[in-house]
Design a protein around this ligand. Sequence first.
Ligand SMILES: [Ca+2]
Ligand SMILES: [Ca+2]
Ligand SMILES: [Ca+2]
Length: 383
Amino acid sequence: MILSLVIIIASTLLILQFFLVQEPTYDYQIEQAFPNLTFDEPVGIYDPKDGTNRLFVLEQDGLIQVFENNENTTSKVVFLDISGSVGSGGGEQGLLGLAFHPNFTENGYFYVDYTDTAGDTVISQFTINSTDINRANTTSEKLILSVSQPYSNHNGGQLAFGPEGYLYISLGDGGGAGDPNGNGQNRSSLLGSILRIDVDSGDPYAIPDDNPFKNNINGYKEEIYAYGLRNPWRFSFDPNSNLLIAADVGQLSWEEIDIIESGKNYGWNIMEGAHCYDAPLCNTTGLELPIYEYSHTFGYSITGGFVYRGSKLTSLVGSYIYGDYGNGKIWTLELQGDNVISNTLLRDTELKISSFGIDYNNEIYLCDYVSGKLYKISENILS
Ligand SMILES: [Ca+2]
Ligand SMILES: [Ca+2]
Ligand SMILES: [Ca+2]
């Protein structure tokens, strides 16, 4: 009697375990998120986190469009037009970044990153129109920072507020090829870095007390948070772990993903990815290696994305979703803390993925630079 009961319980547990360990397999589709909307060379998608559930799209020539985050939306409105201030050289120049102040609901401040008509980087603050939340006050521009650019490419361009409320800014090495001016390793130049500034103190900003090079005696720029970067076009914070993850576009051979930490040197142009650049041997002492890299066999211009914290893609929660502008591939990097568990091809697309963005619910979107359409990912359980 007891024996048969034990057998029944044991076999029930075995059957239960069988079902529990059967991980479903998923199929992912990329579909248009807002079929009725088309943008002109979109390079960014942003949510103001003000509860209005609107999305803002950057158009490279200098416009910000705003629309209701609803797949049936048929109209968009020009929120800001600074095309007259933005250099329209195309390529890697233009209106490149947007960040809403953490207290945007109260103060109406937002920040843009663009290259001006001289090709130099400008980061400036604007204020929302006091009577229409879908319009910016076009005369409210306040210069925060300008950075001279030696070449038209590698301008970085990402802006984002960190969990502590400071503004982070990415700047590429200035351009050319191979970092001819050595800006990546030169901490006396803002180029080749991710900066961190406090726009709520000082005028136009203050250096946070715990910035790694604050009050240094070596002439290093105190705005620098991390350096040795080539062209960190897109970076983001994981709202759960607060990790700052940057995708650094490579030169000839390697695209890389870095976890950015205060004061660290990410290697360029001594290294490209986890490899010596332009020399068989190099001194890698003190250089921070990427958490993941891929060779130009698999893609050739990484577009950084986000650690997914939405609810629709249940299999991807906690994974870093990113892509490659060059070949349209989208991958997911499964993370455990700051360790990489696996990298999986989610979908091979025909899109020119210029940027990813997340909405109020942390759902992820991407923009196709060529068609001007925005896309989303859908998840289907195969078995
Ligand atoms: Ca440049
Ligand atoms: Ca530098
Ligand atoms: Ca690196």
